[in-house]
Design a protein around this ligand. Structure first.
Ligand SMILES: [Mn+2]
Length: 627
């Protein structure tokens, strides 16, 4: 457990920041080939006394340039909210004051900030970068390394080699070195939201001074740039300000030297020097997201690498015996957490014929035991709850917001992009006690988001939902599932079916998270239309249930932010507490297969024998082929 987390006691925005920062930290740590003490993975390991198993790819993928950027990033203070034209205020770029404007403008929650002052690059070489940034308006951000930070100007028309052109340049706040190699998207709704490419980069040397910070304060800097596009001597000179918003207007021009090119237009050179991609291409399939709510060395979230998923231990025999020994209510100590359990003998589910009802104690016990299998699907993402606190014979209700009374150790995530009427603070269920708490809360169905909390607009699963109508038999659903199997095999796409525990079948397809929901939704729709076209007598495309004539719906619309399907191994609100269970494709041909074949009483035995065929696909960064 991280110190930050232990200190938390229920102030939700702060805890939300902690959670998201932690998830980002896990990625950043993996990228760097190290692990920090605050990853959820370690927390889980410490809580259970087991060293977490790290999956996924390691640091080998990190390019040298990235590694160099991160090396420099470690010395940065504060964090970056990428500026927009005209909306930043200037900074002196002097050490000590550096990045103070960022810190003043931002709330990092509990994320610890690095200590120590800025340092020059180890080799004494000063770097520069120009990012082409499409925010509310297109502009180019010229950033020069000065005393361990990036002194920055927003240049609406971009720098040019044409010596007869003067460009307006707004002096904006210093950015941390960690931002220098960032290329990707900044989420909508955040400051500077839009897309960013590294339009040029290289090294620079101040001319006529060995104290460029002082030169900037004095309003005139000559800089010799050696980039891939820009070269030669540039002059930055202050022309006015600061205005009411603290902004200074500067001019940027190129000297008449051997690198000058009359008529040179930056828009004619619009590709990234890192990836060769345009802003349009980066926006369509970004490889990274910049978070504004965490410290800069954690702020870049790669979309090319899946999050590490830890492993969890089941409860011990002694812990389960302690649960059985409780009366109708009491405190259960599970993996170091104290759970205040209530109404343990309440019947949550009627029994199936000839079976005893399923009590809340049974569901708590099930959640604890199935945790190691269920948590990989909940880890690091928001979860929507379908609650039945009075039992499944009464109507349930959707619940998303973390209530005030929830214990402080439960992880939360703050949905920054939520609309005004949307839930802001969600649960992130990432350990076994949290799952047990959910059962006590009457959260029968757990519906995880298809996107990770760190990048809510980037799904990691594409979902195919064979939603039976009243006239759809299970045999019909199997026909449709087999058609999907043929389609996925033909396309060489990996996915796995699961029975829903009610009447349907879903197919979960892992995807690389640089894809957006529009892409997963369109892809699933296209495949589904093809499947449906082969058996039109089984499928309706009508939106309203009443118009479907009882036919099945191949529902691709759940591929959207905050739309969800039930988690694997979550119980369903029906007699006997049936469970949604991933299956092998071959099991579609098993005569004994039923959509509600397994219950909370039988699925652990199934898991012991057959395992979980979907688990190897968690985090698989699969591309979806063009159709
Ligand atoms: Mn910008």
């Amino acid at each position: 457990m991280s110190p930050a987390k232990r200190a938390g006691s229920g102030s939700t925005p702060e805890k939300a920041a902690t959670t998201s920062g932690k998830a980002a930290t896990a990625r950043a740590a993996k990228k760097a080939g190290t692990r920090t003490g605050s990853t959820a993975a370690e927390k889980a390991g410490q809580a259970t006394g087991t060293k977490p198993t790290m999956t996924g790819k390691g640091a080998a993928e990190t390019t040298g340039a990235k590694a160099a950027a991160r090396g420099a990033a470690g010395t940065g203070q504060g964090a970056a909210r990428p500026d927009e034209v005209g909306s930043g205020s200037r900074s002196s770029s002097s050490s000590g004051e550096a990045l103070a404007t960022y810190r003043a403008k931002r709330d990092f929650g509990r994320t610890p900030e690095p200590s120590g002052g800025p340092e020059p690059s180890p080799d004494g070489v000063r770097r520069f970068v120009v990012q082409r940034h499409r925010a509310s308006r297109l502009h180019y951000d010229l950033r020069l390394e000065v005393d361990g930070v990036l002194a920055s100007w927003a240049v609406p028309k971009g720098p040019t080699l044409d010596p007869d052109v003067r460009r307006m340049a707004v002096h904006v706040e210093d950015h941390p070195m960690a931002y220098a190699e960032f290329e990707g998207v900044i989420p909508e709704g955040e400051y500077g939201g839009g897309d960013v490419i590294v339009w040029d980069h290289g090294t620079w040397v101040p001319h006529g001074t060995d104290d460029p910070a002082a030169a900037i304060r004095d309003g005139s800097l000559h800089a010799d740039l050696a980039g891939e596009k820009l070269a030669g001597r540039f002059v930055l000179v202050r022309r006015g300000g600061p205005d009411a918003g603290g902004r200074e207007q500067w001019l940027l021009l190129h000297k008449h030297d051997e690198h000058a090119v009359p008529g040179w237009d930056p828009e004619q050179h619009d590709r990234s020097v890192l990836s060769g991609r345009t802003n349009d291409e980066v926006a369509a399939a970004p490889r990274a997201v910049w978070r504004s709510d965490v410290a800069p060395e954690e702020a870049e979230v790669s979309l090319d690498e899946a999050p590490e998923v830890p492993e969890w231990d089941p409860p011990t025999v002694e812990e389960l015996e302690a649960l059985d020994a409780l009366g109708a209510r009491g405190t259960w100590v599970l993996q170091g957490r104290e759970l205040a359990l209530t109404n343990l003998d309440k019947e949550l589910f009627p029994g199936r014929e000839g079976e005893a009802p399923v009590t809340k104690r049974d569901l708590v016990r099930y959640h604890a035991r199935v945790g190691p299998h269920l948590l990989p699907y909940l880890f690091d993402r928001a979860v929507n709850l379908n609650r039945f606190p009075n039992g499944v014979t009464e109507a349930g209700f959707w619940h998303k917001e973390v209530p005030d009374h929830a214990p402080g150790w439960l992880n939360r995530w703050r949905y920054e992009e939520a609309r005004a009427d949307d839930t802001k603070v969600y649960f992130v269920v990432d350990d076994v006690p949290a799952l047990a708490w959910m059962a006590n809360y009457g959260a029968v169905e757990l519906h995880p988001w298809t996107s990770a909390a760190a990048a809510p607009r980037r799904p990691t699963w594409a979902l195919i939902d064979i939603d039976p109508g009243p006239a759809t038999s299970f045999d019909d659903a199997l026909v449709l599932a087999r058609l999907y199997r043929a389609a996925l095999e033909h396309l060489d796409v990996r996915g796995q079916p699961k029975v829903t525990g009610k009447r349907g079948i879903q197919i979960w397809v892992p995807v690389a998270p640089h894809l957006g929901f529009e892409q997963t939704r369109d892809w699933v729709e296209t495949v589904s239309r093809a499947v449906g076209a082969t058996v039109p007598e089984l499928v309706s495309w009508r939106w309203h249930t009443s118009e479907r004539e009882g036919l099945a719906r191949l529902d691709y619309t759940q591929n959207a932010v905050n739309k969800t399907l039930v988690a694997p191994f979550s119980a369903r609100p029906a007699p006997g507490a049936p469970v949604s269970v991933p299956i092998e494709w071959d099991e579609l041909d098993d005569d004994e297969l039923r959509p509600d074949r397994w219950t909370v009483r039988t699925v652990l035995e199934r898991l012991a024998e057959a395992g979980d065929p979907l688990r190897p696909l968690v985090g698989l960064p699969q591309e979806l082929p063009e159709l």
